[in-house]
Design a binder for this molecule. Sequence first.
Ligand code: URP
Ligand code: ZN
Ligand code: ZN
Length: 462
Amino acid sequence: MNTLIRNGTIVTASRIIRADVLIEDGKIKEVREDIPEEGAKVIDAAGMYVIPGGIDCHTHLDMPFGGTTSADDFETGTRAAAFGGTTSIVDFAIQGRGTKMRDALDTWWKKAEGRACIDYGLHMIVTDLGGAGLEDMDDMVREGVASFKLFMAYPNVLMVDDATIFKALAQTAKNGALICMHAENGSVIDVIIARALAEGKTAPVYHALTRPPRAEAEAVHRAIAMAEIAGAPVYIVHLSSEDALNQVREARDRGVPAFAETCPQYLLLSIEELERPNFEGAKYVFTPPLRPKEHLPKLWDGLKHDHLQVVSTDHCPFCFEDQKILGKDDFTKIPNGGPGIENRLQLIYHHGVNQGKLTLNRFVEITSTAPARIFGMYPRKGEIAPGSDADIVIWDPNALYTISAKTHHMRVDYSMFEGFEVKGNARTVLSRGEVIVDNGEFQGKAGRGNYLRREARGGAWK
Ligand code: URP
Ligand code: ZN
Ligand code: ZN
């Protein structure tokens, strides 16, 4: 049966119009005023915004990390995402050192199969380009893995050297994929960490104090310089500081295809959180770390002026009680990561749109359309237009909601945004035309989410 969304205000990255949306076979068929019902199931969206489903292009579900595994799997994580109005994610498969990327892809497909409630793509984390690594990258691109993440941090775990980064960038200059960079100078940070531990500084706050903003800025600068030499675009993940932002802005001002995302935690929380008593600071241990308050308005400004293009979550949840506690006596043993997949749209809408920092169009752009474009999913995702997947959120701009671990759907025992009050929330969420969330009720099912084969764009975003 067709579905007709009536009486709503459609908001995309470029338009705000009063129109109806007709959905047929999971796709948007028509967008215009006064579409006749003709037996369609009608969803009344009076007083609501009708926006493209959110796309979170940075999540870590069921990921082994820091001696444990992230607490949400593909079922619990994507279900929580849906409650918050996110209808697609791009998660990360991890190539084991000395193994083929295809093995990692198979492993992550198995993790998602039968579990994902919304559509999902995969980036590949590259740890080793020895042997046939470069051909492996091309193989991944053929499988719809159109982006790769490389780490300039976490020596001896995930970090790769500059030669590997440069080879990977050069390969994407040929195959059209995009390199995503975790940009922090891991070697320098390791020396600072060793010094801190030798001085007996083991509390969570030292996680932040041993990873200075200049270590992020230096790595962003180096990553962009290497991308320029290789003739490839580059995307900086989870950018956290003004120093790093300045590097991206300077490059973009010169016309370099450098892109960057930030996350709600860097826009709304600051380093003081890590000083919470009773080890609660560990709830805010992730990398890069939270920064002093002065950085926050600079990041909002960066989003407004397109120096930053995307807000993702870097959702990587670890329970406080039995996972974060691993680092009770040593901050370096606290599993790095925080939860957020469910709250991204609420937080960015409330603190961005309601507080006048972002327009409605820009809100849609940074949470849906830009990630769709940059990661090879547009216009199938991130748009409300004939032919696009009917991934649609009916957004109630007046809904009041208090974020809390007591009511959230993420499988984690705390919220980084506990007690935050927001105005604006997803009322009805459609994924490929199917209502999967309505008025706080989950109506989807595990396993209905499809793998997203993404296109390598070869710089089509220029
Ligand atoms: O602390 C974080 N960000 N954990 C997830 C892994 C990463 O670096 O993105
Ligand atoms: Zn990272
Ligand atoms: Zn991450």
